[in-house]
Design a protein around this ligand. Structure first.
Ligand SMILES: C[S@@+](CC[C@H](N)C(=O)[O-])C[C@H]1O[C@@H](n2cnc3c(N)ncnc32)[C@H](O)[C@@H]1O
Length: 292
């Protein structure tokens, strides 16, 4: 019996159906992204080449990708790519996959009026998306990016290299402000911005997370104690020491945390204002606090 010739269209139909049967969210999109990745084609090109036959040199690795996706490996870890604010980033299991909410954080910084190049510190840079995008948009700014995870810093550095901003971003490893204190023991590090998308998931929420997140993304990037506020509390308390006059602390927070975070900021005398910014889904996900 002649072997079946698989065309692009057959593979997409079969795979999306199989993903759907296995409760994979966005089955068609995932099938297209994975096949496009393997064939080196954009999703549009796949549609233009719908009738193109696909041979065993690609069928075998495609089967492997399907198996991994069924085991809930996130698509971005399978392709090692994530597009974010129109730029391409390398990602793997060492870093959190950047989320759309974080675009709002970056846009809030970029749309705030400034009269001189800013000195900005990003804590917990992960894949480096925040620091890299800010560097690309503001080449005059002086940026420092840190992470507790050396593994994550290696990914961030790779992304900074790809986007030609390694000379603009200084990468340091360590726990929150410790690396800053280490290079400036007398406290002369004065930043106009301290930015962080911290871990903010409650330990107790582990069971309720999707397996894509729970089983693959780094725990250190997700969880922050029993109430999810362990890192945020430290950031609010410690940031004023490192902020210049009129400097800003800007954080991404969980969707149920805005009231508690507002109270934490209002009870810290160093801050003179606190603003909550809503995301595209009308949830208060960004907090901007200023010192006088
Ligand atoms: C939610 S991820 C954010 C990653 C990236 N900035 C983004 O927005 O996609 C949090 C990052 O903070 C880092 N992190 C967690 N605890 C930390 C700590 N105490 N000090 C420094 N970095 C920390 C994690 O390794 C992780 O890369």
């Amino acid at each position: 019996m002649p072997k079946k010739i698989w065309r692009v269209v057959d593979l997409l139909d079969w795979t999306s159906q199989y993903f759907e049967q296995n409760a994979i969210p966005n089955p068609r999109l995932d099938a297209e992204v994975l096949l496009g990745h393997l064939l080196g084609k954009s999703r549009l090109q796949l549609y233009l080449d719908f009738e193109m036959p696909v041979f065993s040199e690609h069928l075998t690795p495609f089967r492997e990708l399907i198996k991994k996706r069924i085991a809930r490996t996130p698509v971005s870890y399978l392709t090692n790519r994530k597009e974010f604010m129109s730029l391409e980033f390398y990602v793997d299991e060492r870093v959190l996959i950047p989320r759309p909410e974080t675009e709002q954080l970056i846009e809030t910084i970029l749309t705030t009026q400034t009269d001189k190049p800013q000195r900005l510190l990003e804590l917990g840079t992960g894949s480096g998306v925040i620091a890299t995008i800010l560097a690309v948009h503001q080449p005059e700014w002086d940026i420092t990016a840190t992470d507790l995870s050396e593994d994550a810093l290696a990914v961030a550095q790779k992304n900074a290299e790809t986007h030609a901003c390694t000379t603009q971003i200084e990468f340091l490893s360590g726990d929150l402000f410790e690396p800053i204190k280490a290079i400036n023991p007398n406290g002369e590090a004065q930043f106009d911005w301290i930015v962080c998308n911290p871990p903010y998931v409650k330990k107790t929420e582990w069971d309720s997370l999707s397996p894509d997140v729970r089983d693959y993304e780094p725990e250190i990037a997700l969880f922050a104690g029993d109430d999810g506020l362990a890192v945020i509390r430290r950031l609010i308390a410690e940031a004023p020491e490192y902020l210049a006059p009129n400097g800003n602390l800007i954080l991404e927070i969980g969707e149920t945390q805005s009231d508690t975070v507002r109270t934490l900021i209002n009870t810290e005398p160093a801050y003179c204002s606190c603003e909550l910014v809503k995301d595209y889904a009308e949830k208060e996900r960004i907090v901007l606090a200023r010192v006088s």
